[in-house]
Design a protein around this ligand. Structure first.
Ligand code: TRP
Length: 336
């Protein structure tokens, strides 16, 4: 059997938060230690255009996300770690794939449908109001990311599963039309990775503005943890670990034994204030060494830039010859 290729992208629209860490960065770095598989992790900066972000924010987010992965110990000699916009073959492939993508397929994308639904519910006459082509064809760019490197496995959150399936559909259609070219990717949904809730008890997400930044400084981290919503049970009253954001976050960081110990404390009626303090101390200790490295990297972006360029160079050793092959297949050829 040929080797597995894992690939995943991170859209550069925010500051990495502890939900990203637990759900994607930590498992990604752990997986990349398996030397029998190849790993591609990249910053999906062109994807951020679908949301028309502020340009400075995109740059800052790229730096912060890259620095976070590096500070947390990604082995960039083994894993391919690059910025999407440094690989010119990706936008080129995106256009090529447009020729093999049914418009109807894009009509069915959840991300697009959600925008339309919001317009309809908001009483807008135009259901496509505010929908750019970048948002509409977002799945095609994502398909190019995936197919360019012959990925077999694509670890994503549940909300992105459909996009990976679309990449598969597009690849199949291309292969059928032009002959076997692309490897068919499969989504990998981390069933066991925790989805953390944020300060207000909803899913931790930059779109809800309820996140705890992964490398918030000590003071801020403490302040945010103190803000996490709890119920109004008094100290001494037994508390339920189910549906407790504080407990879920603790569990995502602690060992099993430590978690069992906290379950006991809940049953005994630990005060919310004490639990918050305990959680703060745990998370703070855990993140401290990486936070120091992170701060050094963010203060010295040249180091991060050099790392991303190295990654792009390695990635292009694969994408450039493959794209030449693809162009030949579709009839974009030199004359004579
Ligand atoms: N769309 C993904 C997200 O928002 C990010 C992404 C871009 C991606 N390209 C990808 C994920 C390719 C996996 C594979 O989360």
């Amino acid at each position: 059997m040929s080797e597995e290729i894992y690939l995943t992208g991170i859209t550069t629209t925010g500051t990495p938060h502890i939900g990203n860490y637990v759900g994607a960065i930590r498992p990604g770095i752990a997986a990349s230690k398996d030397l029998s598989t190849k790993h591609f992790y990249f910053l999906a900066d062109y994807h951020s255009l679908a949301k028309n972000e502020d340009p400075d924010r995109i740059g800052q987010s790229t730096l912060e996300i890259a620095a976070a992965w590096m500070a947390l110990g990604l082995d960039t000699d083994h894993a391919y770690f690059y910025r999407q916009s440094d690989i010119p073959e990706i936008p080129e492939l995106t256009w090529i794939l447009h020729g093999m993508t049914a418009k109807g397929l894009m009509n069915r994308a959840h991300s697009y449908k959600a925008s339309v639904q919001a317009n309809v519910e908001g009483g807008n006459k135009d259901p496509d109001k505010g929908v750019t082509m970048a948002l509409y064809s977002y799945p095609i760019l994502m398909a190019a990311d995936i197919l360019m490197f012959k990925s077999t496995k694509v670890p994503v959150g549940r909300d992105q599963k459909q996009h990976v399936e679309m990449a598969r559909d597009i690849a199949q259609r291309f292969n059928h039309h032009y002959g076997e070219t692309f490897v068919l990717p499969e989504p990998v949904i981390g069933e066991n990775t925790a989805v953390l809730k944020g300060l207000d008890g909803r899913k931790m997400s930059k779109s809800y503005n309820n996140t705890i930044p992964l490398f918030a400084d000590e003071k801020r981290l403490r302040k945010l943890i103190m803000k996490i919503k709890t119920n109004s049970l008094e100290p001494g009253e037994p508390k339920d670990t189910a549906d407790s954001t504080l407990f879920d976050i603790y569990k995502a960081f602690a060992t099993e034994e430590e978690t069992r110990e906290i379950e006991k404390r809940y049953a005994e009626g630990i005060a919310w204030g004490e639990m918050k303090q305990l959680l703060f101390e745990y998370v703070n200790e855990d993140l401290k060494p990486a936070r120091e490295k992170y701060e050094r990297l963010v203060a010295d972006p040249g180091i991060v830039e050099a790392e991303l360029r190295k990654g792009a160079e390695r990635a292009r050793e694969r994408s450039a010859p493959f794209l030449a092959e693809i162009r030949d297949r579709i009839g974009i050829r030199r004359l004579g």
